[in-house]
Design a protein. Structure first.
Length: 311
């Protein structure tokens, strides 16, 4: 399915150096903000107090957040839990204050707005648990990255795996850079979005690289830049359709999903936009710089003869 068909190949690789310089500058800025400002980690990673509250009617989430803001809990997480009348409240750690004292203050504020609020349970999440979650999340990113390289190495060639890993790390670091610069809260849901972007970007890279491999067989007289330009141009319509439909679903979560899904959808939006760019204009130039050739994709006659002569 195509909305449009481009008759003439767009010379993307002619400007490969410009794209790589832009990517390097953007990546460097993201790293700078991560180092200087750091991530605004949520309760999932820092630890804190978790309260489960039930109402006799559907809970008014914005009103609950306003009540918590009066207690200086502006970064507290508030979301429905199970049903619309049950609420899960995550409070950041407060030095020198026990969990039961925090819960008493919160419930007093909630009772002032709605006497039907009932405290169901209180749990304290220690910083050790949050630190373990953060390290496990980093380990998950590492394992996914290595898996990508191995998968593309076996499916195509090792240069494609390295190029895709660089492009995906580019997307992930830029997402983290946005969260560090704007001090958006980084929670487990955002980490899930980052992992989702990993897989999403790989899919786009595979589509382009599959066309590159096909072009090496069909375009016998074309140069490597021409082959890559043709692959990106021919998949452009598919890219617009796929990413456009995905982004519409993500935007619905961003605008109508409430605060619970806001940063999750925001991370996906940044990842999708930069994923389009990196899959075509970061991974492909890197493959070209690594010296991909026809011999890498198509076995020579001598190699084919040796394979055929095996018992």
């Amino acid at each position: 399915m195509e909305f449009f068909k481009i008759r003439k190949d767009i010379p993307f690789m002619r400007h490969a150096l410009v794209f790589n310089v832009i990517s390097a500058i953007t990546f460097a800025l993201a790293v700078f903000f991560l180092v200087t400002r750091g991530l605004n980690l949520g309760v999932d990673f820092t630890g804190g107090t978790v309260l489960e509250v039930r109402y006799e009617h559907p809970a008014d989430i914005p009103k609950i957040r306003e009540a918590l803001a009066t207690l200086d809990f502006r970064n507290a997480g508030v979301e429905n839990f199970g049903t619309s009348s049950e609420v899960l409240i995550r409070l950041p750690p407060a030095r020198g204050k026990a969990a039961n004292l925090l819960s008493d203050r919160v419930m007093a504020a909630l009772h002032a707005d709605d006497p039907t609020a009932q405290l169901r349970s209180v749990q304290f999440v220690g910083p050790e648990v949050g630190s373990e979650m953060l390290s496990n999340g980093a380990l998950a990113l590492l394992v996914v990255g290595l898996g990508i390289v191995v998968y593309l190495w076996f499916r195509f060639e090792w240069k494609f795996g390295v190029a895709t890993l660089i492009a995906n790390l580019h997307d992930v670091v830029i997402i983290l850079g946005f969260f560090a610069f704007f001090r958006w809260q980084f929670s487990l849901t955002v980490l899930a979005a980052v992992l989702a972007i990993f897989g999403y970007s790989v899919n786009e890279s595979v589509v382009v690289f599959d066309r590159v491999r096909e072009n090496f067989r069909k375009m016998r007289q074309a140069s490597v830049p021409q082959i890559i330009d043709n692959a990106i141009t021919r998949t452009l319509s598919r890219t617009i359709i796929t990413h456009g439909c995905t982004q519409m679903a993500v935007l619905s979560m961003l605008f109508f999903g409430g605060e619970t899904l806001h940063y999750f959808a925001l991370a996906l939006t940044i990842g999708i936009l930069f994923g389009i760019y990196s899959s075509a204009l970061v991974a492909s130039p890197v493959v070209m710089w690594l010296g991909i050739s026809r011999e890498d994709m198509i076995p020579s006659k001598k190699d084919s003869a040796q394979l055929d002569s095996r018992p």
